[in-house]
Design a protein around this ligand. Structure first.
Ligand code: FE2
Ligand code: FE2
Length: 326
C-alpha cells in the first residue's frame, strides 16, 4: 500500500510501511566501521521526512540515488530526538508508470472554479475601459486561462500547488481592495488590474511534472520581465491605450518584489506600486508560513524546522488548522 508521509508520522514505532517518495536530499555516510549507509530526506505532498537506509547490501550501488528521483521504499517507523526518522530495509528507483504523480503535487484547497468566478467578478467591477479590456483579453482567452488555472505561484516558498497562482492572485487582489478602500488617493482600478496581472509570467516560469520546476525561460528571464512582456503585447493590441497608464501599470509589475535584492529591477515609486508590493509580500509570507507548518505537522510539535528562505523556525500550537474553507 502506498503510504503518505502524514500517515507515517502518526504510526507507532516499529510499524512497517511502504510507498513511493520523492528524494529531496541524499547523502552517502559512513558507519564507524567504514560501511556506507544512505541518509535521505523523502517527501510527498503531505510533508518531508528524514530516513536512513542503515544496512544496505554490500554490493548495493548507493550512487544511483539522486535528488529528484522517485523511489519505492519499504521501511519501519523509528524516532530520533523526538522526530520521526524511519529506517528503510529496501529502496529502489521507481518507474514513472508505477506511481500517481498526484501524490507529489497538491492542488489549491479552494475550488478552482469558484476562485476563477470570483476573479471574473473583480474584472467586471473595473470601470476604466482600457484596463477592463486588457484584463478581458487575458481572461476571456481559453488557452491562457487553462494555463493560468493550473499554474503554481511558487516552487517551494508559497502557493506551490496546482491553482496556486490563482489563489495567490485573489489573495493579493483582496488585500489591495481593502487598502484602496482606506486610502482614497489610490487609483483602485490601476491597483486591482496590476494585482491581477502582477505574476502572470509564472504561467511560463514554472512547469509541473512530478514536482514543480523552473523552465529555462523562467530561470533566464524571471516572471517580472515575463509578465511585463505579456502585458505590453496585449496593451499594444488595444487602440488608444493611454501611454501614461501603460507606464504606471508596467511600473507596478516591475517593482512588485519591492527591493533590488528580491529581484525587482525598480523600487516602487507610486502609491499603487508600493501597495501592490506589500500586498504581495503579505499574502506570500503568511501562506508560506502556513505551508511550512503543514508540511512539518507530523514530524515536530510546537516548532517547525528552520525555514530555508524565511530563516526562522515557526511556532504553532497543536491545534493548527486552516479553519473553514471559503
Ligand atoms: Fe512575483
Ligand atoms: Fe506575487
Amino acid at each position: 500500500m502506498d503510504t503518505y508521509i502524514r500517515e507515517i508520522c502518526s504510526l507507532p514505532v516499529g510499524t512497517e510501511f511502504e510507498g513511493f517518495f520523492f528524494i529531496e536530499h541524499v547523502e552517502i555516510k559512513k558507519h564507524r566501521t567504514g560501511e556506507p549507509y544512505l541518509k535521505l530526506i523523502l517527501s510527498d505532498k503531505t510533508g518531508t521526512i528524514p530516513a536512513l537506509w542503515w544496512k544496505p547490501p554490500k554490493d548495493a550501488d548507493l550512487t544511483i540515488f539522486q535528488r529528484g528521483d522517485v523511489v519505492f521504499v519499504v521501511g519501519h517507523v523509528e524516532h530520533f530526538q523526538q522526530s520521526v526518522q524511519p529506517k528503510l530495509k529496501e529502496i529502489r528507483k521507481a518507474d514513472s508508470k508505477e506511481f500517481d504523480s498526484k501524490k507529489f503535487i497538491s492542488e489549491s484547497r479552494f475550488s478552482i472554479e469558484e476562485q476563477f468566478n470570483s476573479l471574473l467578478e473583480v474584472i467586471d467591477s473595473i470601470e476604466n475601459p482600457f484596463l477592463k479590456k486588457l484584463l478581458e483579453n487575458f481572461f476571456y482567452d481559453d488557452s491562457f486561462v487553462k494555463k493560468f488555472l493550473k499554474a503554481p505561484a511558487g516552487k517551494t516558498i508559497h502557493h506551490a500547488c496546482i491553482g496556486g497562482l490563482l489563489e495567490h492572485t485573489l489573495g493579493v487582489v483582496e488585500i489591495c481592495e481593502t487598502v484602496a478602500k482606506r486610502f482614497k488617493s489610490i487609483d483602485r482600478d490601476l491597483l486591482i488590474c496590476a494585482a491581477i496581472l502582477h505574476d502572470i509570467g509564472k504561467v511560463y516560469e514554472y512547469e509541473i511534472d512530478v514536482t514543480i520546476s523552473r523552465t529555462t525561460e523562467g530561470i533566464l528571464l524571471g516572471h517580472l520581465y515575463m509578465s511585463c512582456e505579456m502585458v505590453t503585447k496585449k496593451i499594444d493590441e488595444i487602440e488608444g491605450f493611454p501611454h501614461d497608464l501603460k507606464v504606471k501599470l508596467l511600473h507596478c509589475i516591475l517593482s512588485h518584489h519591492g527591493e533590488y535584492e528580491h529581484g525587482s529591477p525598480k523600487k516602487p515609486k507610486t502609491l499603487e506600486a508600493v501597495t501592490l508590493a506589500y500586498a504581495d509580500a503579505l499574502d506570500s509570507r503568511v501562506k508560506g508560513f502556513e505551508e511550512h507548518i503543514e508540511r512539518e505537522l507530523g514530524t515536530n510539535k510546537g516548532w517547525t524546522r528552520r525555514h530555508f528562505a524565511f530563516e526562522v523556525p515557526i511556532f504553532f500550537d497543536g491545534n493548527f488548522n486552516y479553519g473553514e474553507e471559503k
